[in-house]
Design a protein around this ligand. Structure first.
Ligand code: BGC
Length: 741
């Protein structure tokens, strides 16, 4: 049916109408075309029944609540994420939705970000790979994704006005990078632009972002959808490349588009292009319908549990306290054991179809006594609760203490001001550990929390982030060893909030957010500043151990294959996540000490060895060269580090890479150093300026041994004449002319 429609068959008003919603979740029915339903996303389907809102307030139909991105990312497993995407598509279709609003691939710039639970990582490679997998899975079952929030939307505070002031290199290498991978690898049907401004221009009317980069450079062929309520001016938004303003429902906005065309202020071709993109989306939704599978909520719950098990990171396991012996008496403490915190608040909130309670699941595994005490009340303090907790801890063999953040402390719509766990919880932990050193802490939280004290007190720590509806079962599986943990942190745990890269520039002031740390985000910052962290990016232990053999590299066309054997040296089957980081020790531009370029999940039975190959593309070697506004591979030696975390590097090798030609135009503003580094202009300049350099050298005391080349390196060509020695204005012009030729 939609096949028969092109913008040419529609009136100007119909085309303008395609560009805004009819209601909260629905597009309009135009010229007999079926409307599309777009719904939240991303870790479950929030199909609202009755009242509609974008804050997760009004009720929605029951649906499987998979681990939110903060938990899911800890799996580091694109295949698993792809399966989640496919399951979500089936549920979306069952609720009549053709587009599910996710994934969120913004970077966790600051641990206080209120929506960090909805994002994957501080690292763009990990975020991009997992986001692309999610989209692949979803769209393979006939439902479109809406990658969000494009772009540089890294705080909740003042999100509808704030201006993210980011340098181009940080934008390209960090903040746009995850989106670029998702768009160019998985071709999402839609991209959702964010509320905020980027360098002074709102995302929804940012021509550079939506048209030049997204469509022009990345080849995006879907529809650009606004975040809900983001669009101020429909006409300038459409001119910039926005196709669909949501939620819509106000006919005046469509009329404004028509009036702008009639007044010659907006090109009708722009309205046609937007209408065509919305028609493509409608077509894809229609074509996708047969690819959906019937929904089996039991199977989805089982998948949610498998995934949650893979998301749990074992941060510490002193003296092998875990896995627990099921025969030992346990004291389970903390109200999260009874009322789990398993998802975030706001537009992504899912009405979970069912819920595993950790305490019940622990009781199912245990054969000895299981005592329970709430320990603390999330709504207040109580010394009696603390004393009861300590009493059961003292009488048991092991204490398992559930700690975490409540929704009151973190949600869409606001940022946190601290990363501390609530003091009353730490109070209980101290009391428990004082009487029971064999204490395990189980953490539930969306954003990073400070763990320095927990790390000192607890003998073992399990961190699931947020684990979705089956998290309770998964926690029990890992506690008792039915699942051998393999989750890895996707975000650094700093010792103090004050150590964080954006500490002084978050969440900004007067609607201005300066991204002063530039490319030094997450572990890139802590490594560069040599700041100790409590747990590094990529960290996570196992109940078994892995050894890494020697690494070697081979090249395959433009790719580099990083190869090494990995052995499970323990007596349990397990899963290792092998991480490849890269550094460029000597460089002509600023470099982070190392960054993630690839990783591989590998399941190994006890004693087994596997040969692992991780592919790195030539693009992975490139940095964004601001002077030519493009990607450049710098030639020379790169170090390839292979490790089990960003700090636990097990082996490394050096590769020589041929660089791209960097043709920087030489001008009178170029410095002597830049000219001398130029392969042809350098020698020519040296001969022309020999006398000038010699007279400059004469001014230096030879006894000091100072090198004139070093002293003169930062002098711009246009200023040399002042130093005499015959390098006149005419000589300079002649030189620049020759160099241009
Ligand atoms: C959120 C989006 C969400 C939309 C619809 C907005 O407030 O930022 O992530 O998809 O509402 O609920």
């Amino acid at each position: 049916m939609i096949d028969d429609h092109s913008p040419d068959d529609l009136t100007l008003h119909q085309k303008a109408s395609l560009g805004s919603g009819a209601s909260f979740w629905r597009t309009k029915t135009v010229a007999g075309l079926p409307a599309a339903v777009l719904t939240d996303g991303p870790h479950g389907v929030r199909a609202q029944v009755g009242a509609e809102d974008h804050l997760g307030i009004a009720p929605s139909a029951p649906a499987t609540c998979f681990p939110p991105a903060a938990g899911l990312a800890q799996s580091w497993d694109p295949q698993l994420v792809e399966r989640v995407g496919a399951a979500l598509a089936d549920e979306a279709r069952a609720h009549g939705a053709g587009v599910l609003l996710g994934p969120g691939v913004n970077i966790k710039r600051d641990p206080r970000g209120g929506r960090n639970f909805e994002y994957y990582s501080e690292d763009p490679h990990l975020s991009g790979v997992l986001g692309a997998a999610w989209v692949r899975g979803l769209q393979s079952h006939g439902v479109g994704a809406s990658v969000k929030h494009f772009a540089a939307n890294n705080a909740e505070h003042d999100r509808m006005r704030s201006d993210s002031q980011v340098d181009t290199r940080a934008l390209r290498e960090i903040y746009l990078k995850s989106f670029e991978r998702v768009v160019t690898e998985s071709w999402p049907w839609t991209v959702m632009c964010s509320y905020n401004k980027i360098n002074g221009v709102y995302a929804f009317e940012n021509q550079w972002l939506l048209s030049e980069i997204l469509r022009g450079q990345w080849g995006f062929n879907g529809a650009v959808v606004s975040d809900w309520g983001a669009v101020g001016d429909r006409v300038s938004a459409m001119a910039a490349g926005l196709d669909l303003a949501m939620p819509g429902g106000d006919p005046a906005l469509d009329n404004a588009v028509v009036a702008a065309v009639e007044a010659g202020k907006l090109d009708e071709a722009t309205v046609d292009a937007a209408a065509r993109n919305v028609l493509t989306m409608l077509q894809r939704i229609a074509d996708g319908a047969p690819r959906a599978w019937p929904v089996d909520l039991d199977a989805h719950h089982a998948l949610a549990r498998e995934v949650a098990g893979r998301c749990i990171a074992l941060l510490k396991n002193q003296d092998g306290l875990l896995p627990l012996d099921p025969g030992r008496a346990l004291a389970v403490i903390g109200s999260f054991a009874e009322q789990p915190r398993y998802q975030g608040g706001g537009s992504s909130r899912v009405n979970a179809a069912r819920l595993d309670i950790p305490l019940e699941q622990i009781r199912k595994h245990a054969r000895g006594d299981v005592f329970y005490a709430p320990g603390f009340d999330v709504d207040g303090d109580a010394n009696r609760l603390r004393d009861d907790a300590a009493a059961i801890a003292a009488s048991a063999d092991v204490a398992v203490v559930f700690l975490g953040l409540t929704e009151r402390e973190e949600s869409e719509g606001f940022d946190r001001s601290t990363i501390d766990l609530p003091e009353q919880q730490l109070h209980v932990l101290r009391a428990v550990v004082a009487v029971q050193p064999r204490t395990v802490v189980v953490l539930s939280h969306g954003g990073a929390v400070r763990l320095a004290e927990v790390d000192r007190l607890a003998q073992a720590i399990l961190d699931g982030g947020l684990l979705g509806q089956a998290g309770g079962g998964a926690i029990a599986d890992v506690l008792f060893g039915t699942v051998n943990p393999s989750g890895r942190l996707a975000e650094t745990v700093p010792v103090r909030l004050e150590d964080a890269p954006s500490f002084l520039n978050f969440p900004g002031e007067n609607s201005q957010v300066l991204y002063g740390e530039s490319i030094y985000v997450g572990y890139r910052w802590y490594d560069a500043r040599k700041i100790d962290v409590t747990y590094p990016f990529g960290h996570g232990l196992s109940y078994t151990a892995f050894s890494y053999g020697a690494v070697h590299v081979e090249s395959d066309d433009d790719n580099l294959l990083v190869m090494l054997p990995v052995t499970n040296t323990g007596d349990r089957d397990g899963r290792e996540i092998i991480q490849v980081y890269m550094s460029k020790p000597s460089s002509s531009v600023r470099r982070v000490p190392k960054d993630l370029k690839g990783f591989q999940v590998i399941d190994l039975t006890a004693g087994a060895t596997a040969d692992v190959t991780i592919r790195i593309t030539r693009n992975d070697f490139a940095y964004w060269e601001e002077r030519i506004d493009g990607w450049i591979v710098e030639g020379g030696a790169y170090t390839i580090h292979v490790g089990s975390s960003s700090k636990d590097i097990r082996c490394a090798t050096v590769v020589e890479v041929n660089g791209d030609k960097l043709n920087l135009p030489l001008t009178e503003d170029s410095t002597i150093g830049e000219v001398m580094a130029h392969p042809t202009a350098g020698p020519l300049f040296a001969s022309l300026a020999a006398q000038t350099m010699a007279s400059m050298a004469d001014t230096l005391d030879p006894a000091l041994g100072v090198d004139i080349a070093q002293v003169a390196a930062s002098i711009p060509l246009g200023r040399i004449a002042a130093f005499g020695g015959g390098f006149s204005r005419e000589t300079l012009d002649r030189f620049l002319e020759q160099v241009r030729d």
